[in-house]
Design a protein around this ligand. Structure first.
Ligand code: GAL
Length: 389
């Protein structure tokens, strides 16, 4: 039995978060053989990283030999994923690969992220993986780590100018395209000749938010009869998204579709619609397959969310770090161009899945969104109705 230790610390964990609703120049889809939700759960051959344990050394597990790795997640409020799904999966993967991972959360503070990175480097980490809070602070952290000869990985969000050795994420332009396509098929708007819609975007400090928007705008701007009457950022922040949407709806009562970049913000939009007895009558999109998001989909208040299984990011990211530590080049499925430097960054990009009422049970039955966080109170019967096991 290999010995390894993993410490997981979150700065200012917000329990309420679990109940809150939560190719780019980067995410280009020039990646073949991307991991898909169907398979990569147990290091199966389907992992596009190709560095799954089955592929390593003829079937043996990868061995990081107890090397120390620092992992810094961004915040505890923009999405429940940074508090539950991702740290949990990352910790399990570190254990599997015999890595000594220190997983921390910066609590939304770039200064805190810098301080955590400094502490981790002083503690002797050999690799650093971050989800940046903004491009300048992320790049400064990564440039320092590169100077100190650490392996540096961008997790989920590309950090322009950071100089990372690897970028592991979903194809985020594809995420946006999927959001746009799915929104046009929502029952509230499908087949309608004229649809007024608004965008409520993620934080402009997040390269992913730019890519999601590039994706959904490329679809919606070409959809016949669809007219955008509002376009603002919700900053990944529920109260901001609620205020922004309330103002948009106040200006135009005929809004029929809301392209919201993630579930946390979609929850705030639905709260506002419910206040005006419009919930379920307006098509609302989201992302992250959060417990609240899945509940809203079952209730008919949210048309869809996007399922980005953390196994498709965490597994290949940790395997790749282990390979790099062993001077074995990880198998990537493409490269993306740093939008600031133009430099190619080897990448592993997974494929997202749209979740509607038709397949709302999938993230729960996969174990991604814990059943005990979704199928409670009035949702217990809805879970059974929608095929939750
Ligand atoms: C993005 C991430 C999404 C979304 C958002 C808020 O960068 O890819 O999953 O939740 O951050 O945290």
């Amino acid at each position: 039995m290999r010995r390894s230790s993993v410490s997981v610390a979150a700065v200012g964990v917000v329990a309420a978060l679990a109940l809150a609703a939560c190719s780019s120049s980067g995410g280009g889809s020039g990646n073949s053989g991307a991991p898909t939700a169907g398979g990569a759960s147990s290091g199966g051959a389907t992992s596009a990283a190709g560095s799954s344990s089955a592929a390593a050394g003829g079937g043996g597990a990868l061995d990081g030999k107890g090397a120390k790795v620092g992992i810094i997640l961004p915040d505890t409020t923009s999405s429940p994923r940074w508090v539950t799904a991702d740290p949990t999966r990352l910790a399990a993967d570190c254990k599997k690969d015999n890595l000594n991972c220190d997983i921390q959360n910066a609590g939304g503070s770039p200064a805190k992220m810098k301080s955590i990175a400094n502490q981790m480097e002083a503690s002797g980490i050999k690799a650093l993986m971050i989800v940046d809070l903004d491009q300048a602070s992320g790049a400064a952290i990564e440039q320092q780590a590169k100077k100190d000869n650490l392996i540096v990985v961008d997790y989920d969000r590309l950090t322009p100018k950071g100089g990372a050795d690897l970028y592991v994420s979903f194809d985020n332009v594809k995420v946006g395209q999927l959001q746009g396509q799915t929104l046009t098929q929502c029952p509230q708007v499908k087949g309608q000749k004229a649809v007024k819609y608004v965008d409520i975007n993620g934080a402009p400090t997040d390269n992913n938010a730019t890519l999601f928007k590039q994706g959904y705008d490329s679809v919606l701007s070409k959809t016949s009869g669809w007219t955008k009457v509002g376009d603002q950022t919700g900053q990944w922040d529920a109260p901001t998204a609620g205020r922004v949407f309330n103002s948009m709806l106040g200006k135009d009562k005929d809004i029929k579709a809301v392209m919201v970049a993630n579930d946390t913000m979609a929850g705030a939009v639905i709260t506002d619609l419910t206040r005006q007895h419009l919930n379920g009558k307006v098509a609302v999109g989201g992302q992250d397959a959060t417990a609240a998001g899945l509940q809203q989909v079952m209730a008919g208040n949210q048309c869809f969310t996007i399922y980005k299984a953390s196994k498709l990011e965490a597994d290949p990211a940790i395997d790749a770090i282990t390979n790099l530590l062993n001077n074995t080049p990880p198998k990537t499925n493409g490269s993306v161009k740093d939008p600031s430097t133009g430099k190619p960054i080897p990448s592993i990009l997974a494929v997202p899945v749209a979740i509607t009422k038709a397949n709302v049970a999938q993230p729960i039955n996969d174990g991604y969104t814990p059943k005990k966080t979704v199928c409670i109170q009035q949702f217990a019967s809805l879970c059974s109705k929608f095929g939750v096991k």
